[in-house]
Design a protein around this ligand. Structure first.
Ligand SMILES: C[S@@+](CC[C@H](N)C(=O)[O-])C[C@H]1O[C@@H](n2cnc3c(N)ncnc32)[C@H](O)[C@@H]1O
Length: 427
């Protein structure tokens, strides 16, 4: 029957407890073969489970008090002090453009070095920094990708320093999305308010990151994290108002009738409130006048065109209504709860790699073609890949060698041209 996994293997791969794996088996979510007292999960069954269930690692629950009293900030970037001097050293050049570059090193010093070039030029920043969890993130073979060992006020200080620099990079129409978990996220919100201004806060987006959890802890399953969205100048930010396609439920609810050729549809009145005294929309059309206190929604010429095109439905009592097809609907307004689940650890290139569709939504909504997009905690380069796909210019940074390796591999495989620059100490 080929390669198989034990409950222990699955528990380790998915970073969930043995009890959770047993539960998946008991609830018949995961197919397993019982042999004596143990179970075997054959590879095809495991792959099927992974494809059907996006998994989140169970949290290490260790709540230490955050030093809330002004967060005990360690340093203040605005004083501009830095013990060492740095410079940027290109080590692989693949194009002549000034952007589309991956910088390897501590983003604080890279941002300072780049500032003269990018101040006020960045239209969109997405960052997904470490979450102050105190953990080390490794791949399945235990190779360390990055550590997240700065916690509490130290973590908030670290972030705050970078946020002040990021604010300087933003263009007048720029905006920033910061991805964070819900243990530290509310403190981060206060720091963001300080740096960007409370008035520039736009949304706290709840992101559903995985399937509902079924742990035994006395708590509600936490299957979401948060994305804090701020503008440099609220209401001036680039906003493309992208829409979300209607769900099948929406279509069933809103378009109850079925057209033989064009599918689900509904009908709308062809008149609207308000009388027109002598305009075209107040006059008789096909032997009838608009109802009292109303006018035709379209000119009489347009009504005739619609009728000739079969787009007016006449009731048995002779009441005309305009046919509106579900296929022509331009989608619904995006709300502040987003479902973009991440893939399990065994199916990504980098631990904590974010969902590509999530990044595409942000890029499509909050930047334009040729906008400069920046991610200074780039990890696998997911933001840069999405930006590149939609013809934005981009700058990525990360201080992990594992990240550099991952980004280079993915960019190479996908034919994405990047220059690579290293932060070095200058003598
Ligand atoms: C949560 S991961 C980002 C994952 C990324 N969004 C993705 O989809 O792959 C956080 C990243 O921040 C990087 N990082 C942490 N501290 C940094 C620093 N001071 N300078 C640059 N990168 C840093 C880590 O190496 C890690 O890759």
């Amino acid at each position: 029957m080929g390669k198989f996994y034990t409950i222990d293997d699955v528990s380790e791969i998915l970073s969930v407890t043995r009890q959770t794996v047993s539960k998946y088996i008991k609830e018949e979510k995961m197919n397993a073969v019982k042999l004596g007292k143990s179970y075997r999960i054959y590879e095809p069954d495991f792959v099927e489970f992974i494809n059907d269930h996006s998994i989140c690692a169970e949290d290490v629950v260790e709540y230490k008090a955050v030093d809330y009293n002004g967060f005990g900030f360690l340093n203040d970037i605005r004083n501009g002090t830095s013990a060492k001097n740095y410079k940027l050293k290109p080590f692989e050049i693949n194009h002549e453009e000034s952007f589309n570059t991956f910088f390897w090193g501590d983003n604080l010093h890279i941002l300072k070095q780049l500032m003269p070039k990018i101040r006020g030029k960045v239209d969109l920043i997405y960052i997904d920094p470490p979450f102050g969890t105190g953990q080390i993130f490794s791949d399945l073979d235990n190779n360390e990708a990055y550590d997240d060992t700065l916690v509490n006020s130290e973590f908030l200080s670290f972030l705050r320093d970078r946020l002040y620099l990021l604010k300087e990079c933003l263009s007048k129409e720029g905006s920033i999305y910061l991805h964070i978990d819900k243990k530290i996220g509310h403190y981060v919100k206060v720091v963001m308010d300080e740096v960007f201004g409370y008035k520039n806060f736009i949304n706290d987006i709840t992101r559903i990151k995985c399937n509902p959890k079924n742990f035994s802890r006395k708590a509600y399953g936490n299957f979401s994290d948060m994305i804090l969205f701020y503008a440099k100048n609220r209401d001036k930010q680039i906003w493309n108002d992208i829409k979300e396609p209607l769900s099948e439920d929406d279509i069933d609810r809103l378009f109850k009738k079925k057209h033989k050729k064009y599918g689900p549809y509904t009908t709308h009145p062809i008149h609207a409130p308000g009388e027109t005294d002598d305009g075209d929309t107040g006059k008789e059309w096909k032997g009838m006048k608009p109802p009292k206190g109303r006018h035709w929604r379209y000119s009489r010429k347009e009504l005739t065109r619609l009728d000739d095109a079969g787009l007016i439905e006449w009731s048995t009592t002779g009441n005309p209504r305009k046919i509106v097809f579900a296929k022509d609907h331009d989608g619904k307004k995006v709300q502040d709860v987003w479902e973009f689940k991440d893939k399990g650890k065994s199916y990504v290139d980098y631990p904590t790699q974010k969902n590509q569709d999530l990044l595409e939504r942000i890029i499509l909504n909050s930047s334009q073609k040729d906008s400069l997009v920046l991610d200074c905690f780039a990890g696998s380069g997911s933001t840069l890949i999405a930006a590149n796909k939609h013809k934005r210019k981009w700058i990525g940074m990360d201080n992990s060698e594992y990240s550099l390796k991952t980004v280079r591999n993915i960019f190479h495989d996908q034919g994405i041209k990047s220059n690579y620059v290293k932060l070095v100490e200058s003598e």
